[in-house]
Design a protein around this ligand. Sequence first.
Ligand code: HEC
Ligand SMILES: [Cu+2]
Length: 308
Amino acid sequence: MDPRQHDQIAKWERRWIAASGLMSLMFVILIAYSLATEGVNIAQSASRGTPQQLLEQPIFAQPGVRATGPNAYEVSLVGQAFNWTPETVRVPVGAEITFYLTARDVIHGWQVENTNLNVEVIPGEVSRLIATFDDVGRYRVSCNEYCGIGHQNMIGWIEVVPASQLVQAEGGAAEDVAADGTVDGAAVYASNCASCHGASGAGIAGAFPPLAGHVPDLLARDGGRTYLVNALLYGLQGAIVVDGTNYNGVMPAWGNLSDAQIAAVLNHVTTLDGSDDPAFAAEEIAAERGQGRAAADVLALRQQLAIP
Ligand code: HEC
Ligand SMILES: [Cu+2]
């Protein structure tokens, strides 16, 4: 064997080693550069518990924005398939914002586009993240961990406004309450229901039942009115058939919405196809609250409606 052949190989090997060394160096430089220009923002785990315990904490029972000091705010957010509660968060520019995030069902990812805010949102865990927005604007929040069939609709917003423009936010409800105190059912629907049932209530065959034209059918049956109120307050789980299509999914409970919001959204979904106003009243919702029903109990209520 010619020993020079080994030299030849060693030379190319050296070049490859140099090339990969150079690449590592480039990575280090790029990381240092992005740390210097973008900063680091790593979420911390603030507390743990069962998802239910965490959701019962005051900050998550009434998620939203609260002032905690001069130019300091606290924002609590709940992620669930397939939306963020509240959907829109309004905070002042330049203030220190502490975000607390948790999930109701599965793991979601909370990413504020074009910023370095990116947190994994985990059921049973509260993630804390501190941020300051230097520019006024409307920032889009998307879910970046695949969480189910409506994942791509899981969009939220952060509106960063001049401090003078900030009306003290009252939880997530402010958006759909008009100046005269009436609740806009279409706005409640757009924020909470459209991600699954579709903007026009057409649903997705096999996954999310249609509501337009179907809810008046449910309402017309004996017990239909009470059933609808319960489906909103306690959710619905189990096998159902709508217009000959099978569904066997889970609808989360909407008990975090106020009585007036639930009444308004029920009026909205009942009249999507131009049916008469069923005039659900907040008192009717209040009467069914606090019964501690489960989504499966609501299925039993539905079975009593004798749907063909
Ligand atoms: C996460 C997705 C999702 C969201 C958001 C959602 N739903 Fe549902 N909804 C479902 C699923 C899934 C079902 C069927 C459950 C089953 O298969 O048992 C359902 C069922 C229903 C039903 C009962 C239909 C029937 O035939 O009995 C009504 C009424 C309803 N939803 C209204 C609403 C309203 C109003 C909102 C907003 C406040 C809403 N839903 C938000 C997924 C969702
Ligand atoms: Cu998600």
